[in-house]
Each structure stands twice: as C-alpha cells, then as structure tokens.
Write a protein that binds this ligand. Sequence first.
Ligand SMILES: NC(=O)c1ccc[n+]([C@@H]2O[C@H](COP(=O)([O-])OP(=O)(O)OC[C@H]3O[C@@H](n4cnc5c(N)ncnc54)[C@H](O)[C@@H]3O)[C@@H](O)[C@H]2O)c1
Length: 240
Amino acid sequence: MSVAIVTGAGSGIGRAIAERLVADGYKVLVNDFRAEAAAEVAAGLGASAHGIGGDVSDESDVAAMVAAAETAFGPVTHLVNNAGHVHQGRFLDLTVADFDRMIAVHLRGSFLCTHAVLRGMLDRGAGVIVNVASQLGQIGGVELVHYSAAKAGIIGLTKALAREVSAQGVRVNAVAPGPINTPLVRSLSEDWQRAKAATLPLGRFGEAEEVAATVAFLCSPAASLFVGQTLGPNSGDVML
Ligand SMILES: NC(=O)c1ccc[n+]([C@@H]2O[C@H](COP(=O)([O-])OP(=O)(O)OC[C@H]3O[C@@H](n4cnc5c(N)ncnc54)[C@H](O)[C@@H]3O)[C@@H](O)[C@H]2O)c1
C-alpha cells in the first residue's frame, strides 16, 4: 500500500496534491499548521485520508505526524514536503526573526520531516520524497531574499540526499513551480498578478492541480529514472 504524507495540505498546492494522490489510490496523511484546515481537507477525502495539525519546523509535531500516519495507514512510503509561507520585504527591512522563520518552515521543516521517515524507507529499501521548492530558488525573487535562499536550500538538499540514498531505493526529487493560482499568490497585489501573467510564455498562472500532476508523476514508478531533479511547472517563466 502507498502511504503519503503531504505537509501544508490544508490549502493550495498541498491540498491539490493530497486530492490527486488519493485519486491515484494512495492513503494520505494531511498535515497543516492550521489543524482545522487539515481536518476539513481530510474529511472531504473520506477514509483514504487522515488530518492532523502540526508545525513542520517543530520536531515533536513532526514525530506525532509520522506516528499518526503509521497508526492510520501503516509505514510511510511517500513524503511530499510542501508546507510553506511567503513574506516580502527589502533585504535591510527583513528582521532576523523573518529570516529564521522562513528557513525554519521551508528548510528545517523539509529536513525534519525527511529525517522522520527516511530510516523506515531505507530499512524497507523503497521510498519517494518530493520537495516543493520554487523557481525563485533558481533565479531569485524581488524582496524575497529569505524565501529564495530557503528554496535554493531545498534544491541543494534534494540533490545531496538523492546522491546519498538513491542506490538504496529512495528517490528524491523536487518541483520548482512558477506563479500558481493559490491563496499565497492571491495575497499579492492584483497589479503585480496581471503584470506577471503578461510576461509568461503561456500567458497565465498555473493551477494547483497542474503542480499536483507533476508531483504525482514524480511519486509514481513512471519517474523511476528521475533522481535529484528539479522539475519546473512554471508556465515557461524559467527555462533551464
Ligand atoms: N503559489 C505559488 O505561486 C508557489 C510557487 C512556487 C512555490 N510555491 C510553494 O508551494 C508550497 C505551497 O504553497 P501554496 O501556494 O499552496 O500556499 P498556501 O498558502 O495556499 O498553502 C500553504 C499551506 O502550508 C501551511 N503551512 C504554513 N506553514 C506551515 C508549517 N510551519 N507547518 C505546516 N503547515 C504550514 C499553511 O497553513 C497553508 O495551508 C509552498 O512551499 C510555496 O512556497 C508556491
């Protein structure tokens, strides 16, 4: 049985990933910092999903999340590190607390969740980890030094871990989405959204379901040759 943990699945891309994986036959542990959002998404997915609140940057919350997945469904076969937030500010206006929180949620969170499931995957000789980075980790974002640094860190984590564990049956990859139509992006100004969409070769932002399709591919056996890669569902904004 395939058992996936999707972090930050109470909204946006994570929610779409949870929905897609359930549709593909997985059992899914829906995590979110906002416990009521996790519970609501899981309830909508029926018996194949279980919701739990928890902060991915908190070691004991992460341990409780993995224990809940194992109790509900059995050993965790897939982990999608998706939880994240955005916050903009010019570099000199960023506080140390802003920087620390950004690194804690995105990078420490990915580290902790991976740490909590990897030993079991290695013992079983099988597992898949997909990290949700951002194209801003590849090209940098305006007034987003802390966010861009955290996402670049996730890409580095992905590559280094993939080198270490692939031969033991654990595949590690990342996605680096462009602008996706979620609450996170809708919190930015409408002027910015309009101007940004006009610059995209595709002419529009992506939908969460389109990122979920890329993640579902990386989770599947069809992606058996993808190791340490960063795929870009990004409307053509970044071409590598
Ligand atoms: N929307 C985009 O354009 C875009 C582009 C590139 C990358 N991303 C990344 O995709 C991921 C999902 O973003 P989204 O657009 O769906 O945003 P969203 O705000 O719709 O959803 C993010 C979810 O993560 C949860 N979360 C935040 N901090 C958490 C924590 N510490 N522990 C557990 N859950 C936490 C939030 O409560 C929220 O439900 C993020 O990592 C984001 O950086 C988004």
